[in-house]
Design a protein around this ligand. Sequence first.
Ligand SMILES: *Cc1c(COP(=O)(O)O)cnc(C)c1O
Length: 420
Amino acid sequence: MRGEGELRASVEDELGALLERLRRGRPMKAGFPGAEDIDYSSLLPFFAFELNNIGDPQHDPAFDHHTKGYEREAVNFYADLLGAPPGDRWGYVTTGSTECLQYGLLRAKRYYPDGVTYYSESAHYKVPRVLADLSMRAIPVPCTETGEMSYADLDRAVMERPGTPAIVLATAGTTMTEAVDDVGEITRILDARGVLDRYIHVDGALSAIPLALLPEDVKPAFDFTAGADSIGFSLHKFLATRMPGGIVIERRSPAGGVRRVPYTGAADTTVTASRNGHLALMAWYAARTLGIEGLRRRAVEAREAAAYLVKRLAAIAWPAWRNPHAFTVVLKTPPRRVATSWHLATDDDGWSHYVCLPGPGTAQVDRFIDDLTTEILTVEVGGEADGADVPRSPLLAPSEAGSELPPPPAMLDGVCHTNA
Ligand SMILES: *Cc1c(COP(=O)(O)O)cnc(C)c1O
């Protein structure tokens, strides 16, 4: 049997190796949207305490070790940003956007047990799963080539079900292309078809907050002012909380429908009982220390890096594009070694995505382009056996600067960028 000292030494060794792996991987983190640039180290002392925001955030528990006051302040801050009506709002810190959409759909089902849920084919893969778990009737709606819900198809699907309450799961920033479904347009379709019994949940995992920080005249219609009844977003994506979490916010009285009664009075409102008090504190800390200006500066930085990446790829004639305001650049899948070492999320349709986040900036883009260029040259000279994976776009003819507009259809191969 090993002694205690020996055991401790081996644990230290394992932790050292883990830390080393994480440090080595960080500069190559490009395919997944978790930012890491906000310094939360002032909160380290709180990790010596259990912080449990059990149950409804409006009701303080019988014990002291909670951060519900901070949670309420954080929820209010983000609710303001998302245009939730003051005095008619509620929200809480969740385990992530999946719980947010579970919460939103559960609420929609309580209002409209006989409703049908519409969601686009590029919605997150958990959407059909949650709908099935909740035994909700659901219709996938085709999406356009840029990943946005096809409104003509939504209109047709709604028209085919007259008198049926409509639950719409809209996405603000799809996983693969960061497309934003137009909640204003969805609302107009439901109005035009006379569907008053309706509920709209917006899944804004990565993009809800960055979009909310845009100037009014360019902001897409996705928030409460456009007709959303609930919105969820992840804390570990744009808000860099390191550990997974989310916030769901609702208007207490749903925007549509004749049954406009909030189901208040129920103390048992949250999906889980125990909830993460540290995350609530982090969400509050980001709001308090960065404020709207600080958060906006981070969003602008990420968008500038994404625009720069499109431009650099265009200069080497590598097919790439991005949706308006997106952090995400969609590019032809690079040779396997490059796609793997940069952890690019790759669709089986030959396209990958690279998510530019606040923090790494354009320096990371430069390193990626260097790596890609070297690899293409190696392959084109006939060195590596990886050639089958390489789209043969010649490095030799630099094209014009990258377009910020959605790509020409030819560049998309007529594919709906799904995330199923
Ligand atoms: C990441 C993501 C999710 C899942 O969020 P979690 O916080 O991991 O549960 C849901 N929807 C979209 C659009 C996402 O990008």
